[in-house]
Design a protein around this ligand. Structure first.
Ligand code: NAD
Length: 319
């Protein structure tokens, strides 16, 4: 019998790609979101518009399903999460606690929760050349205020549902996922998409604004690797939180330079030190990922950024 899966946040960036991947693998997919996907039609067998902050909506979303991939969240890049903490904590707490309980009541066999590198303590991320973050370093906790604390709390809630009720839960910590069909303007976009947009809109020799001094570091993972990793994790019997990202750490300035090269334009940077830049340095330690999945993300940053830049340029030129 065909396995039935629910993807929440299926109107969003990763959820949309995940629906496509699960459809290619032969699953019956129900997508749920408060919006339809913005840039391409969904391949889900059913797509329901539901506000998952509401208990009744969560019950409706999980009915008849075997597995849940719970991606729905009120989220965005650093500009959004630093200035909307109450809203984020309110919405995501309601979505996640209601989704867990609705899944339990409907005997969901496997439940995946999408956590974030934002759960890692600020005190470990104070310099651009930090050591990659290992899963066990999440504690003693000092998560990103608002968004990160809610993610950490929900990871624990997943653990409790597994321990107390025997529901198989999975928690995956994403490290900066990027790619085509992701938000690239409007205030919720993340750094790779924002930089691609600015460079796509710039003329050769122009100057673009970069948030902070650009020396802050991150690692970036292409969305195809992300959905592959999610899927592999759901086939495993590993239930503790696990990193999913690339472990190549680069500065924002380097990111700008790579995208400039892809665009074929000479681009200068103007640094705005008043803008939020998040932690000073962050990278993923993939030791556990390699051990558990016998796999790690493969798409190079250059290849992923090329595909992303081309897609964003096309969107802008077609406007
Ligand atoms: P996204 O914003 O594109 O997708 C999230 C989706 O959730 C959106 O389509 C949104 O409409 C939906 N949603 C919000 N509130 C809802 C509600 N009340 N009811 C139903 N749907 C609702 O974000 P994404 O990048 O695809 O992220 C997916 C998941 O991965 C999120 O949980 C996010 O926190 C997590 N994550 C993403 C990244 C990343 O780099 N993109 C990093 C760490 C964690």
């Amino acid at each position: 019998m065909t396995t039935k899966v629910l993807v929440t946040g299926a109107g969003g960036f990763i959820g949309h790609h995940l629906v496509n991947e699960l459809k290619s693998k032969g699953y019956y997919v129900r997508g749920v979101d408060i919006v339809h996907p913005e840039y391409a039609a969904t391949r889900a067998d059913e797509f329901e518009i539901l506000d998952l902050r509401r208990w009744d909506a969560c019950l409706q979303a999980v009915r008849g399903m075997d597995q849940v991939y719970n991606l729905a969240a009120n989220m965005g890049g650093i500009g959004f999460i630093e200035s909307n903490k109450a809203l984020i904590v309110h919405d995501n707490t309601l979505i996640n606690i209601h989704m867990l309980e609705a899944a339990r009541l409907n005997n969901i066999k496997k439940y995946l929760y999408t956590s974030s590198a934002c759960i890692y303590p600020g005190y470990l991320q104070k310099s651009p050349d930090i050591q990659p973050l290992k899963e066990e370093q999440a504690y003693p906790a000092d998560a990103e205020d608002g968004y990160g604390w809610e993610k950490l709390y929900t990871e624990r809630a997943c653990r409790h549902y597994m321990e107390d009720y025997g529901m198989a839960t999975y928690s995956v910590r994403f490290h900066n996922i990027f790619g085509p069909l992701g938000t690239y303007d409007g205030g919720r976009e993340k750094s790779p998409a924002a930089i691609c947009r600015k460079i796509a809109m710039a003329a050769d020799g122009d100057t673009i604004e970069v948030w902070g001094d650009g020396l802050q570091t991150r690692s970036y993972c292409y969305v195809d690797d992300c959905v592959e990793g999610i899927y592999r994790l759901m086939q495993s019997d590993f239930h503790d939180p696990i990193n999913l990202g690339q472990d190549r750490m680069i500065s924002i300035n380097e990111l700008v330079d790579i995208v400039s090269k892809i665009s074929g334009k000479t681009i200068h940077r103007r640094h705005d030190l008043t803008k939020p830049q998040g932690v000073r340095g962050r990278n993923s330690d993939n030791t556990l990922l390699r051990e558990v999945l016998n796999w790690e993300p493969k798409v190079s940053l250059e290849d992923g950024l090329k595909l992303t830049y081309e897609w964003i340029s096309k969107q802008i030129n077609n406007k």
